[in-house]
Design a protein around this ligand. Structure first.
Ligand SMILES: Cc1cc2nc3c(=O)[nH]c(=O)nc-3n(C[C@H](O)[C@H](O)[C@H](O)COP(=O)(O)OP(=O)(O)OC[C@H]3O[C@@H](n4cnc5c(N)ncnc54)[C@H](O)[C@@H]3O)c2cc1C
Length: 459
């Protein structure tokens, strides 16, 4: 530890209990990276606050002294979001992990930011409720709100922004505000909850969230549909949505990705483009929806359509989708994961995925394509050797191509992973002059630029 770091720890100890502050090298290293290929950088200190008041004291201190503060949830983000490139304080919320209140009649829950998705669902189950957003990783609700996460169920229930009713936010100068209330609707004032959701720790620090929850569905059925081409699979998605079938999940896993999962899990799934589908509802309603979807799939060349209602069999089926990223990671020693995520209008989806596959096949890159295709959102998983400049540059060129393809068709450079540092240089291209408005808002809320500096906006 150098003298400056020592000094920072010493100053923080004046108003935060010593056991909640550390400059231990292992802990610093854990807070220097996310799950991606982005270059790590150490913070000077990690602080584990226990209350909004403590966060407020930390922010007042950091603002006065111009010290960068980077909020840290579970560190599962994929675009360098939590990497403290300018050092300073990494603010880890693992000690603020209580489900504060469940309000079954209002379909609401109040949580601290360090509560994880699976922890919340465990607490909600005894009330017959569940929280819908599922980003695959067991992320924190604070991190999920800050990245506007979404996932497999968003096609039915919406994204993180749709679930947030209120946020308690500590601003850069230490003020504590609430952005909303508990009502289902309000026309009162600007909708600043939406501004903070997706702000990636650059506008304020969340210390409490009020979130919308749903009743557990009476029946859940999962299905796996195998196709000979990605076009047939994606056309099935578009036709099913056009027919108004209330699909709860609709995920594409391409042939390359199924091959990877088979190798990792020792399974023998057909190595062909596959849709993983889930239906939520009542016995009567579901049988109609399933039959209709199956017919659409068969009309589009589906080669195998298989259902699972039993919960164990269903979770086995979803295991393929959920173990995918780790199947690539564990089978690629020495390489780092680059998962690029773009979103297009649903009418552009077939062309976008076919273009992505053709581009990969025409390069020497090895990559799988998966997607929350019901939302027009797809990811390409590349494992890259950071010591091979040619491979890195090819992967970056491919990423740029994918983003340009999406943007030129009315899409977005990221459907759910967020901007971090990885997508910062596409912000001007995507938002034009609206980016200046975002920068002006940042200036008002964080004039000294201490909150997660270098993220979203290029320096
Ligand atoms: C295998 C895998 C699969 C994934 N699949 C998906 C997916 O399907 N959908 C999806 O959306 N994402 C996905 N992700 C990305 C990641 O899980 C999400 O971005 C998640 O929302 C990050 O949550 P976290 O708790 O890990 O936050 P972190 O990574 O710790 O932080 C993310 C951002 O939130 C900020 N932040 C954290 N806590 C707070 C707080 N209390 N107040 C203010 N800002 C805060 C941080 O500063 C940072 O900018 C995946 C990641 C992995 C590794």
């Amino acid at each position: 530890m150098n003298t400056m770091e020592n000094d920072l720890v010493g100053q923080l100890k004046k108003f935060i209990p010593a056991e909640q502050i550390t400059a231990n090298p292992t802990v610093l290293e854990q807070h220097s990276k996310d799950e991606s290929y982005h270059t790590p950088h150490l913070p000077d200190v990690v602080v584990f606050p226990k209350s909004a008041e403590e966060v407020s004291r930390i922010m007042k201190f950091a603002n006065e002294k111009n010290i960068p503060v980077t909020p840290f949830g579970m560190g599962t983000s994929l675009e360098g979001h939590v990497i403290p490139y300018q050092g300073g304080i990494s603010l880890d919320f693992q000690l603020m992990n209580e489900v504060l209140e469940v309000r079954p009649t209002d379909f609401l829950v109040r949580v601290q930011p360090g509560v994880t998705r699976s922890q919340l669902n465990k607490a909600l189950k005894k009330h017959g409720l569940f929280f819908t957003v599922d980003p695959g990783a067991d992320a924190t609700l604070g991190g999920m709100a800050a990245t506007n996460a979404s996932g497999t169920t968003s096609v039915r229930y919406g994204i993180m922004r749709d679930q947030v009713r209120d946020l308690e936010v500590v601003l850069a100068d230490g003020r504590i505000i609430h952005t909303g209330n508990m009502t289902a609707k309000s026309s009162s004032g600007y909708h600043i909850s939406s501004l903070f959701v997706g702000s990636e720790g650059t506008l304020g620090v969340f210390t409490e969230l009020t979130l919308r929850v749903y009743g557990l569905p009476e029946v859940i059925t999962a299905a796996r549909a195998v196709f000979s081409s990605v076009e047939d699979a994606v056309t099935t998605v578009v036709s099913t949505l056009s027919a108004g079938i209330p699909i709860a999940r609709m995920e594409l896993v391409d042939a390359r990705s199924i091959k990877q999962v088979n190798a990792y899990n020792n399974t023998t799934y057909p190595e062909k483009p596959t849709l993983f589908i889930e239906f939520h509802g009542s016995e009567g309603g579901l049988s109609y929806d399933i039959e209709f979807t199956q017919n659409i799939a068969l009309e589009n060349g589906c080669q195998e359509f298989l259902f699972e209602t039993d919960s164990k069999a269903r979770s086995q089926l979803w295991d393929v989708r959920h173990s995918l990223a780790y199947a690539f990671v564990h089978k690629s020693p020495g390489k780092k994961m680059m998962v690029t995520d773009v979103c297009v209008p649903i009418s552009e989806l077939v062309g976008a995925i076919v273009d992505a596959r053709n581009h990969i096949d025409g390069s020497e890159l090895d990559a799988g394509i998966v997607g929350h295709v019901g939302d027009g959102n797809y990811h390409v998983i590349l494992m890259i050797d950071l010591n091979d400049p040619e491979e890195v540059s090819k992967a970056k060129e491919f990423n740029a191509h994918l983003v340009e393809y999406a943007l030129s068709r009315g899409g977005s450079c990221t459907g759910e992973h967020g901007v971090g540092v990885g997508k910062a240089h596409y912000q001007r291209r995507e938002h034009g002059e609206a980016l200046d408005i975002m920068m002006a808002i940042k200036d008002v809320l964080d004039p000294k630029g201490i909150l997660n500096p270098g993220k979203i906006f290029m320096d």
